[in-house]
Design a protein around this ligand. Sequence first.
Ligand SMILES: NC(=O)c1ccc[n+]([C@@H]2O[C@H](COP(=O)([O-])OP(=O)(O)OC[C@H]3O[C@@H](n4cnc5c(N)ncnc54)[C@H](O)[C@@H]3O)[C@@H](O)[C@H]2O)c1
Length: 315
Amino acid sequence: MTNFVGNKVVLIGAGDVGIAYAYALVNQGTVDHLAIIDIDEKKLEGNVMDLNHGVVWAPSRTRVTVGTYEDCKDASMVVICAGAAQKPGETRLQLVDKNVNIMNSIVGDVMKNGFDGIFLVASNPVDLLTYAVWKASGLPHERVIGSGTVLDSARYRYMLSEMENVAPTSVHAYIIGEHGDSELPVVSSANIAGVHMSRRSEEDPDYNQRIEKIFEQTRDAAYHIIDAKGSTSYGIGMALARITRAVIQNQGVALPVSTYLQGEYGAEDVYMGTPAIVDRSGVSRAIELQLDEHEQERFNKSFNTLNDIKKEIFG
Ligand SMILES: NC(=O)c1ccc[n+]([C@@H]2O[C@H](COP(=O)([O-])OP(=O)(O)OC[C@H]3O[C@@H](n4cnc5c(N)ncnc54)[C@H](O)[C@@H]3O)[C@@H](O)[C@H]2O)c1
């Protein structure tokens, strides 16, 4: 458990994702102080002014400032959205080398200034970069969280909710594994408004096909959005704001964040998306869902994909 008081967040990287997150945070009135750091200082100044001009309409006051690394000293969270973004057709894994170097440099500056809070990483490939931030920071793994499959699960819940004509909050379903092409839906334990999805798919083969198609649309959503508008931002911005609220308000909610695995699903020494209890200590515990045989096979492939690259980078 960290000793921080108050609720100051330092955001590093104020591009499309970072600013969407900042906008969600200000609108939700979650923090007292949001300090933002970016190497593009001119654009950052404009964004900070713009955000402050909306604060009067927010549920509570957030001080939004142009930050420096000194701000990390008394911050409860450092949220990293910096880095090269995915280009059209580029996979998240191809981004890895560029962004590991950026993470190492950022984390060095954060830790030099006495940071003692929770890291939340969104930059891609998020599972590997969360691992990089954990290694570079020297913090306990519980205090380094990746956004993982929170966004993917939100997309999946939304699409299933449209099919069933219920609110997405009544869809209880997780995407787990790599935030990327090898991720998987856990249908065996999912339910919509209390009705098990696995039972419906056993009874109706069409249903099975429909939900597999919805999963494929979920998995490939980022490619379509990037192709259409250059980046994905609002969905991830709101997902990051949700994780931030869980930490700042010590909520103890289950969210499918990227978490350090120590034997869950047979995986070790990697960060991967799985439901985990998020509170003021970061991740207080990972939840291991019961997978059926097919899901376990898919998970193993996802683990191998990440683990192979992790070994190449970190040995
Ligand atoms: N985890 C998720 O679900 C998810 C979803 C969408 C995007 N992303 C990832 O988030 C990251 C940001 O995406 P984006 O669309 O905002 O990109 P962007 O290019 O719009 O923004 C990146 C920002 O980082 C800044 N930056 C680069 N190096 C920096 C450094 N050393 N210090 C401080 N700032 C630095 C840039 O100036 C820029 O403003 C990418 O890696 C992207 O793939 C993750």
